[in-house]
Design a protein around this ligand. Structure first.
Ligand SMILES: NC(=O)c1ccc[n+]([C@@H]2O[C@H](COP(=O)([O-])OP(=O)(O)OC[C@H]3O[C@@H](n4cnc5c(N)ncnc54)[C@H](OP(=O)(O)O)[C@@H]3O)[C@@H](O)[C@H]2O)c1
Length: 246
């Protein structure tokens, strides 16, 4: 596809769900990939499926700044440059604040917020120097409104939205030509709900996902659309939700 062939794309959270399917779709359209997640076996299997000559991977934790620096170093070593960062890794151990699951709150801050920042910090010197690049971040419908039962997650997804939008304005002022895209998925059938503790609410959410959730290719198509635009076209925000989701 136009403007995808040969591009080097880093994907975090590539071992399952949205990241995994996006890797498939971008590879089918000629991109070279550098995959990140903690489950190495999954990354290895995906790289073998897509072809190790065009796919590299690194067992890495987005909440570790050194890991993100190593990821970018691997991309440069294997493919010589980086064109796109898809900062997608995220977790959602949902629950009311009154449950006081402070460890869960902090893991969402570490992964959904710091993970995005560390991956951006690692690629920005490259993008600034080459005066081009694209950063795509997975927010959520929860990043567009206030959602009860998921307050910290909701906050992390608002954070990435506001941060990336402000960064875009800075990039315009600095003439760095860095494109930024925020994706807001609604319900998508992935492993995201696995971390939610069993409860009546979880059962209801699972039932809703069972009935209406989309498959991850709906988001992969949105990422492909954003990447494939000409260099002077910046797709800023894409909301993708099931027709039956409010
Ligand atoms: N599914 C939905 O309905 C939905 C809706 C809105 C937004 N989202 C967002 O979509 C993104 C992708 O999630 P998904 O739905 O595809 O769920 P998923 O299947 O659970 O995928 C999450 C990915 O993030 C990775 N990850 C988690 N913690 C990590 C860490 N510390 N370091 C590196 N990688 C880490 C996981 O890999 P490892 O465990 O192997 O590290 C996995 O590859 C998330 O940001 C999520 O918030 C999902």
């Amino acid at each position: 596809m136009q403007n995808v062939e040969g591009k080097v794309v880093i994907i975090t959270g590539a071992s399952s769900g949205i990241g995994e399917e996006t890797a498939r779709v971008l590879a089918q359209n000629g991109a070279k990939l550098v995959l990140s997640a903690r489950r190495e076996e999954r990354l290895r299997a995906l790289a073998e499926e897509l072809g190790t000559e065009r796919v590299a991977y690194l067992k890495s934790d987005v909440s570790c700044q050194e890991d993100m620096q190593r990821l970018v170093a691997l991309a440069k070593e294997r493919f010589g440059r980086i064109d796109v960062l898809f900062a997608n890794a995220g977790v959602m151990p949902a629950g009311n604040m009154s449950e006081l699951k402070v460890k869960d709150w902090l893991s969402m801050v570490d992964i959904n917020i710091k993970g995005v920042l560390f991956s951006m910090a690692a690629v920005l010197p490259e993008f600034t120097a080459q005066r081009s690049g694209q950063i795509i971040v997975t927010s959520s419908l929860a990043g567009t409104k206030s959602v009860p039962g998921n307050a910290v997650y909701c906050g992390t997804k608002h954070f990435v939205r506001t941060m990336l939008d402000s960064f875009h304005s800075e990039s315009v002022m600095e003439h760095t030509n860095i494109r930024t895209t925020i994706i807001y998925p609604g319900a998508i059938k992935t492993e995201l709900l696995n971390m939610v503790a069993p409860s009546e609410t979880k059962q209801m959410v699972e039932q809703f996902y069972q009935n209406v959730a989309l498959t991850p290719d709906a988001i992969a198509s949105a990422v492909l659309y954003a990447v494939s635009q000409p260099d002077n076209v910046d797709i800023s925000d894409i909301v993708v939700r099931p027709t039956q989701e409010g």
